[in-house]
Design a binder for this molecule. Structure first.
Ligand code: ADP
Ligand code: MG
Length: 697
């Protein structure tokens, strides 16, 4: 895939220059310095020879076929140059030139012209406005970066040229080689999805790193990422995720969702390894370049000082990792090699008077302990330990178990750190960083091991929803009435409490008699979104007297807080049996499509923000994962002797909400809040719901 770019036999540099410092010069220099084995043709009408190579006035004059062109002429000339490339039969062009879409409307027009010209000739484009591409195996350095890359196993793609440079420098400093490297620039043609596929297919790439700013087609990206992540670790750093879509939300789901949540939902489904900071991006890459994923969550820690060991243990406590206690056999063996005052728990504290030999003997024992999936070795500089010797030990036969190191200090451990990296042992400055990386190394493996989740369609009444929506449309409405919301959600399996509308106190008394006490009263007004905010909800009304009082209070509250608003009356509702309040909703993201939200519900949703998102539709296992993921999960499991809530029914509600969102694109957002869920055997009840049609918002 994209082989013309990465394995060309011949390359032409259009806009090649004799002046060092110019892009058209530096890229040619790099091609030569990296010993590109094929022919290189500089194109420049004003030169006969550049850097010892014969120059040609135009690509059309080149006497051989040209596989790849690298373009560095000024922006207005690029479309014409592409046209010539087309006549020449070129298949691939890297456009380094800037001055396109990134500069505004005029630039965007020029870029459109460039794309159209390329398409008409079947030429693929990387860029424009990029740093170039690199393949260390075909010895192609078509970048204008001032650094000589080293060969290795990391394939990298990036939307930012500056980040490309940062990765090149990092790779050089840490002696971690690169296989391929793509600076996507404005990605007018080749995009992140194709890069993922291309790096997945490249046999020299073992680990993929990607820096993304924007994703054009979130769904396609997720699908490809799902496939690729099964084969190779894909570490993604995405910036620009905090600016939540500025939408005037009519639901809690809407106000809590944004591009960050959508991307996170994509990551959860696809098994991408997401770095939250630039530092973590490099930390993770370092790990995966040298070590296999962690096969399980059980970590062993060795340290020669208490403090850093505790710091690491604390970090584990807040992660998906566990510090198992050591088996009695392991402890027995450790007793033979450690002084009696050492700590034989996990972390194993071999104490401040330890030397390298003590590290070695301890590691030998811990490596043999089958329960431990990986080891973290912490070293603090002391008079007795020589960090270089410990580094040496760690780089020896480390194949049996992933090991990472954390040598605390600066100057005194510099050499040892270098040694570790040279010996392919990941090293981190701080214990917390090491733990974070190991956690992600385990979560990735966990994702890889679980069978791909399959979305199974629930039996629902699709026809009913289609009919209800048809009626709304035929009446030219963009607003769904309460009974329509109920009808739609009932068709998808949600159960509502009995309720009746009452315009007067007398009607309310009658309604309550029909429904049976206790009841709930809620203000009925199409203009009120959140009823309890205005004192419009009264629960647990046990008799007529309370009912009359509640009715009056609601009317007074609403009149006071929202003077002039039209109140149609109240809804008298059956009181749902006791249970936990959760929220299940959906929203549409412009890039990632429908998203389902689940979380702790009720009136504090937006304050607590204990919610999680997935792409819709979703599998039941994903719904169960969502339930386990929220902070309030222990509450749903039941605390202080309470019974566990009906997880099955909850998962079904989440799946069915996702299905509704996927089945009816005209529904822009919706939610049930709260959905009251009790122990198994008790009906899960939707006591409040809303749905919006597209465009309404
Ligand atoms: P809103 O969200 O518009 O303020 P809700 O209908 O969600 O109004 O009611 C607010 C709160 O009142 C709910 O979170 C729930 O605690 C309680 N509640 C509402 N209806 C019922 C009901 N039928 N049974 C039990 N509790 C209810
Ligand atoms: Mg509500």
């Amino acid at each position: 895939m994209l082989d013309f770019f990465f394995k060309p036999k011949t390359v032409a540099v259009i806009g090649a220059s004799r002046e060092p410092g110019k892009v058209g010069h530096d890229v040619l220099r790099n091609l030569l310095d990296f010993n590109f084995p094929g022919h290189i043709f500089p194109i420049n009408p004003k030169a006969d020879e550049i850097l010892g190579l014969k120059a040609y006035p135009s690509i059309l004059e080149v006497p051989e076929d040209v596989d790849l062109v690298v373009i560095a002429v000024r922006a207005p000339f690029v479309p014409e140059v592409i046209d010539q490339c087309g006549q020449k039969g070129v298949k691939a062009a890297v456009v380094l030139t800037s001055g396109f879409k990134e500069t505004g409307l005029e630039g965007a027009k020029l870029e459109k012209k460039l794309v159209e010209t390329a398409r008409s000739h079947g030429i693929r484009i990387i860029g424009p406005n990029c740093l170039g591409i690199l393949d260390t195996y075909s010895r192609l350095n078509a970048t204008f970066a001032g650094l000589k890359p080293i060969k290795g196993e990391i394939g990298f793609f990036s939307q930012s040229g500056a980040l490309c440079l940062a990765v090149l420098e990092w790779s050089k400093a840490e002696k971690i080689g690169l296989s391929r490297f793509v600076s996507l620039g404005n990605k007018c043609d080749v995009n992140e999805i194709e890069c993922l596929r291309m790096l997945a297919e490249d046999p020299h790439t073992k680990v993929i790193m990607g820096y993304i700013e924007g994703i054009t087609d979130g769904r396609a990206f997720t699908e490809v990422a799902c496939e690729v992540a099964r084969e190779k670790p894909v570490i993604i750093f995405k910036s620009g995720t905090t600016a939540a879509g500025a939408r005037a939300a009519s639901s809690h789901t809407g106000s809590l969702a944004g591009s960050e949540q959508a991307f996170e939902a994509s990551v959860k489904r696809s098994g991408l390894i997401r770095a939250k900071t630039l530092r973590e991006f490099f930390n993770l890459a370092l790990y995966f370049a040298f070590m296999p994923p962690l096969a399980g969550p059980y970590l062993g820690i060795v340290t020669n000082s208490g403090g850093p060991g505790i710091v690491a243990a604390d970090a584990c406590e807040n992660s998906a990792l566990e510090l198992p206690s050591l088996s009695s056999e392991t402890v027995e063996k450790l007793r033979k090699v450690l002084p009696p005052y050492a700590s034989f728990y996990n972390p194993v504290d071999i104490t401040g008077d330890a030397d390298a030999a003590r590290y070695e003997k301890t590691l030998e024992v811990l490596i043999e302990d089958q329960r431990l999936n990986g080891l973290l070795v912490i070293l603090s500089r002391t008079a007795t330990v020589n960090p270089d010797e410990v580094a040496e030990i760690l780089t020896k036969d480390k194949a049996q178990k992933p090991i990472v190191a954390c040598f605390l200090g600066e100057e005194s451990v510099k050499k040892a750190r270098k040694k570790l990296l040279k010996g392919k042992v990941p090293h981190y400055e701080y214990p917390e960083e090491a733990v974070k990386v190991l956690e992600k190394a385990w979560l990735y493996e966990w994702w890889r091991k679980k069978p791909p989740s399959k979305v199974k369609k629930l039996k629902v009444n699709f026809k009913q929803v289609a009919e209800t929506l048809q009626i709304v449309r035929s009446e030219g409405r963009s607003h769904l009435l309460d009974h329509e919301v109920k009808q739609i959600l009932e068709a998808y399996g949600f159960v509502f409490p009995k309720s009746l509308v009452a315009r007067t106190t007398d009607e309310a008394i009658l309604a309550a008699k029909v429904i049976g006490y206790p009841v709930v009263l809620k203000v009925l007004s199409p203009q009120i979104q959140h009823k309890s905010d205005v004192g419009g909800v009264k629960v647990n009304i046990r008799d007529e007297e309370e009912l009359i009082k509640a009715f009056e209070e609601i009317i007074i509250n609403v009149r006071k807080r929202l003077p002039g608003i039209s109140v149609l009356g109240v809804i008298v509702q059956e009181m749902a049996p006791k249970g936990k309040e959760v929220i299940v909703g959906f929203i549409r993201d412009p890039q990632f499509g429908p998203l389902v939200m689940f979380g702790l519900g009720g009136i504090y949703v937006e304050v607590l923000k204990d919610v999680t998102f997935r792409l819709a539709p979703l599998a039941k296992e994903e719904a169960l994962e969502m339930i386990r993921e929220i902070k309030a999960y222990p509450v749903l499991k039941g605390i202080r002797g309470e019974p566990e809530v009906d997880m099955d029914s909850l998962a079904r509600a989440i799946v069915s909400m996702g299905q509704l969102a996927a089945d009816f694109p005209e529904l822009s957002e919706g939610e049930v809040n709260p959905l009251i869920v009790g122990p198994k055997g008790q009906k899960t009840i939707a006591v409040d719901a809303r749905l919006s049609l597209g465009g309404e918002k």
